[in-house]
Write a protein that binds this ligand. Sequence first.
Ligand SMILES: [Zn+2]
Ligand SMILES: [Zn+2]
Length: 338
Amino acid sequence: MKPLFHPSLVNEPFGDPGVYVDCLFEKRAVLFDLGDIRALSPRKILRLTDVFVSHTHMDHFMGFDWLLRLRLGRDLKMRLFGPPGFLGQVEHRLAAYTWNLVENYDTDFSLEVIEVNPSGEMRRASFHCKQAFRRGNESTVMSRDGVLLDEESFLVRSVSLDHKIPCLAFALEEKEHINVWKNRLDEMGLPTGPWLQDLKRAVRAGQPDNSSIRAWWREGTATRERFMPLGELREQVLKVVRGQKIAYVTDVVYHEDNARRIETLAKNADVLFIETPFLEQDAQRAASRYHLTARQAGTLARRAGVKSVVPFHFSPRYDDGGEQLRHEMTQAFSATGE
Ligand SMILES: [Zn+2]
Ligand SMILES: [Zn+2]
């Protein structure tokens, strides 16, 4: 089974933080954090539909201009999620440029910006290129269980963490994978086709077992069809598998409240990307900057029961290529007991 998500760090671990996730089969990608993104090809940047910004310290947000520069003049929409104060900050970034000719553009690039507050309140506004990126269409909604985005095949959840300011951590969760047993279909005399998508959709939506599913296919110029109960098809031809989960945690101080939130967010993730800026011997420095140590990062990963960990956001004070940071994190991750 091919995985849906292909995540990778935007830069090497000493560079600006960020994770690019290509969503196979979906012709789209999402990005966690928007620091220096020039290492991403324009083609990759144009695939982005959603960008999630943990907080607006410069190393997490300076790529906004480059993103905008590449997307301008294209008829594309993009969503941008960020922490408290984000709407005003995006508005100010846009206001730093002159937009007197944009009403003549053929295209209308637009940004939908969503500010996520610790209470779960999400304030939205849109900024259209043709309207010189003036703020409009404002509304407020509440997120349910921290869900920021709920798509057909995946969702993105966030928690608000303490970095002396609210900082968002994110989890990208694929919904259940539904595989089809082709040989069983053959045995039942049912060809594959678009109707299988309808079947999967019905299963995902939790429709009752007695709902009728229309299997249809073409034979020459004729269309054949058969109606069958959803429950029977699920039993006979489908295999439901848990989806992939990717978590992204950065710029956060170690204390119990943060630790619990991270543990819940990243629970059983396939991969956790977690900041690993300092060694435990520099724990004082880490705490005063509201960052983690490598040992703390590894401990959090172990508590969350994740399958694998990718450390990043290394401090430039360590000149051994990050070997000690990696080693300390891995030791804590694989240690037994608390
Ligand atoms: Zn940072
Ligand atoms: Zn920061």
